[in-house]
Write a protein that binds this ligand. Structure first.
Ligand SMILES: *[C@@H]1O[C@H](CO)[C@@H](O)[C@H](O)[C@H]1NC(C)=O
Ligand SMILES: *[C@@H]1O[C@H](CO)[C@@H](O)[C@H](O)[C@H]1NC(C)=O
Ligand SMILES: *[C@@H]1O[C@H](CO)[C@@H](O)[C@H](O)[C@H]1NC(C)=O
Ligand SMILES: *[C@@H]1O[C@H](CO)[C@@H](O)[C@H](O)[C@H]1NC(C)=O
Length: 656
């Protein structure tokens, strides 16, 4: 999609069948009420034919059929809650797109307006680096600013001392990266995570000042600062904001408390780590929640908490951010997610320490950076753009797939049924669900396009037909995994590319976040996501535009799948015990397509480098004795040539 004019954004919908036809839909039409009738089909000359579908695939309706359905259906105003959620997401995403700065001056002005400060030293070089790599949104680094905000309340030399020494004691589970003289000087207790991180930092280390970085090398996040203390830090940060007219433009040199060769200087304060393996995480987590939140107020019902992030119709997630906020959903899921009730390695602290981590839950104060797995080039987690099995949409099976092992916490015969992955596999098991009822939505009797809750759906048959969800192995059991004999039908290992033969790919957490998520977005399948973890990319991914969010309890699994895949016959509507819902394959295909296009703009390896580089100059300012430093002098007009609207040339970059 090179040369794509952001001013006239379009959504490309590929319908492939016997011939490849591309439907161009102007995005602005998509938000209107009368979208479908305005679609025009434009054949693309010279476009290669799609690969022949796998002959082993079950016969699925051709796109002609879908399209007829779709044309008929276009005349009906679809009032399904998901239609509304997609519209809200499209609007939010459009504002996000329109709000992007295109020039350096605009970027700096926005920075000052938003954060009440000058950008840090090195900002100019970072800006060039980002533009050279075609950054899509040069402003959206909100996560970095949020993560570093409380550290403004801590003295720079104290942070430096922690950063230098936290990795000294191997038992702390922290690796160190030490940058001196624009080079990686050394690493402490490096494992693959630190080695991958260092490889990424190498791409811009020449622009960084000296610094020590402490990186978590355990799966689980580390820091939970109690709420009142955190409010104090945040207030101190807000008070410290100011913009000086004259500021020195370079980093302070030769600062105290950096790691030295054969350093014997003691850590300024004790990190006060404590371990809480296999204990209820909410006991620790809730201390970081606001007193009036459901996690702490002791009175909020599950229903009251649900009203904050969930639609009572169908149970769809209306606020994905909130759906993983432990202060809100903690009481409802504390015994339903392995990482919350049988966590494997919790070594936490209540002290605000500068620890970089790949993921966290909302109550943690770890400093996020893009997970190493996304940068490492590991076939198990990477999307292969050449893969012949990522079929075009219409050749994919109408199935929701999930594969994985029984990780997510310590499995025992008593607890496994409550662990998150195990619950998913059981919920999609037609045998286990045989006697169970779940809530979905059905189209109401008289009025097409109007839906109501249908709480007594027997999902067994639908599960057998439309899900392929199972374990590829058992692990992490105490005392051993024998209690699993006969419980699961263990499936053969299924590479990601094989999973993309299906339309719907479900992603749930493991021990911590799921490293497959980027590949799921990059694929031509549609990702359905449930998680309690936060990652670097959260603010750039829009639920209901780039993926389908799912409740951590999965009580919306069948209302989601029946919406997209369809259920029953129109004559079933309103009949006792029967549900009918129109198939929404077009919507699924569109979401999948949007997720894929978006991933190719904002989740590239370059985006990971740009994010981490920005993170490290913001961090460098936090640890600098003079935090008032400014990123450049003059008005920055020499950077005009990097304006986003002009075509960018990689050849004029001095440092690719
Ligand atoms: C760095 O600072 C220390 C003490 O603050 C001083 O002894 C040393 O000479 C300085 N080194 C440089 C290169 O300025
Ligand atoms: C640090 O210790 C190592 C090993 O004991 C020694 O070889 C090296 O010379 C020491 N470096 C400094 C700067 O003291
Ligand atoms: C589904 O449940 C049945 C009965 O418990 C079990 O035999 C079967 O192996 C399960 N299937 C999967 C995919 O785990
Ligand atoms: C999630 O919500 C919190 C609290 O309102 C907010 O600070 C944060 O920016 C939100 N994150 C995203 C990705 O929207």
């Amino acid at each position: 999609m090179a040369g794509f004019d952001s001013g006239k954004r379009r959504v490309f919908v590929f319908l492939s069948g016997l011939a490849v036809v591309v439907l161009f839909i102007n995005l602005s039409l998509l938000s209107g009420t009368d979208v479908q009738s305005k679609i025009k089909s434009i054949p693309i000359p010279g476009k290669p034919k799609a690969a022949a579908p796998d002959p082993n695939l079950p016969k699925i309706p051709s796109w002609h059929h879908d399209n007829e359905d779709f044309e008929n259906y276009a005349k009906i105003s679809d009032q399904h809650p998901i239609a509304g959620l997609m519209k809200v997401a499209d609007d939010a995403w459009e504002s996000y797109e329109e709000d992007r700065s295109t020039t350096f001056k605009e970027t700096v002005a926005k920075y000052r307006r938003k954060y009440g400060r000058h950008p840090p030293p090195g900002f100019r070089d970072w800006y060039k680096f980002a533009r050279d790599r075609n950054v899509h949104n040069v402003d959206d680094f909100e996560q970095i600013m949020d993560d570093l905000r409380p550290f403004w309340a801590i003295e720079p030399e104290v942070i430096r001392s922690h950063a230098a020494h936290l990795s000294e004691n191997e038992g702390n589970g922290i690796s160190g990266l030490h940058i001196r003289d624009h080079k990686i000087w050394k690493m402490t207790f490096a494992n693959w995570r630190m080695e991958t991180f260092a490889k990424m930092v190498e791409t811009f280390v020449e622009f960084l000042p000296d610094m020590d970085i402490a990186m978590n090398r355990l799966d689980q996040p580390r820091i939970v600062v109690p709420w009142d203390e955190m409010q104090g830090y945040l207030a101190a940060e807000a008070k410290s904001r100011h913009i000086l007219v004259e500021s020195p433009a370079d980093w302070t040199k030769n600062m105290s408390n950096m790691l030295k060769d054969n350093d014997t200087a003691p850590v300024v304060t004790d990190p006060k780590f404590f371990s809480a393996h296999a204990q209820q995480y909410m006991l620790i987590a809730k201390e970081a929640c606001p007193p009036e939140s459901p996690a702490r107020d002791g009175v909020s019902s599950v229903a009251a908490a649900e009203s904050l992030y969930k639609d009572p119709q169908g149970g769809f997630i209306t606020n994905f951010n909130r759906s993983s906020d432990l202060c809100t959903v903690g009481p409802a899921i504390e015994n339903k997610h392995g990482a919350l009730f049988v966590p494997s390695t919790i070594v936490a602290t209540k002290s605000l320490l500068p620890i970089f981590g790949e993921c966290k839950v909302n109550v943690n104060s770890d400093i996020l950076f893009p997970a190493n797995m996304y940068y490492k080039e590991d076939d198990r987690y990477d999307y292969d753009p050449e893969s012949p099995s990522d079929y075009s949409w219409d050749d994919k099976k109408d199935l929701a797939v999930w594969r994985g092992v029984t990780s997510g916490g310590t499995n025992t015969a008593e607890n496994y049924k409550d662990m998150h992955r195990q619950r998913l596999v059981m919920m999609a098991n037609g045998t286990i669900m045989a006697e169970k009822e779940v809530r979905i939505m059905t189209e109401s009797t008289g009025t097409r396009g109007v839906y109501e809750n249908f709480p007594q759906f027997h999902p067994s048959e639908f599960a057998n037909q439309h899900t392929d969800i199972g374990f590829t192995g058992v692990t992490a059991c105490v005392p051993d995994c024998n209690f699993y004999d006969g419980v699961w039908d263990i499936k053969p290992l299924t590479p990601l590319s094989e999973q993309f033969k299906n339309k719907y790919v479900i992603d749930v957490d493991g021990m911590s976040f799921s490293g497959r998520w980027r590949a799921f977005l990059q694929s031509k399948s549609l990702g359905i996501k449930s998680t309690i973890f936060r990652e670097w990319h959260d603010s750039r991914l829009f639920a209901w535009r780039h993926f389908v969010p799912m409740d951590n309890r999965y009580d919306d699994l069948y209302s989601i799948l029946t919406y997209f895949i369809g259920l029953g016959d129109p004559s079933d509507a309103g009949k006792k015990g029967l549900a009918y819902i129109q198939r929404h394959d077009f919507e699924a295909r569109r979401l999948g397509r949007q997720g894929r296009e978006w991933a190719s703009k904002v989740l590239r390896s370059e985006d990971i480098e740009i994010y981490t580089y920005r993170l490290l100059i913001e961090y460098a300012r936090i640890i600098d004795d003079n935090r008032d430093r400014i990123g450049y002098s003059g008005d920055g007009s020499e950077l005009d040539k990097y304006d986003a609207k002009k075509p960018m040339s990689f050849s004029n970059s001095g440092h690719v």
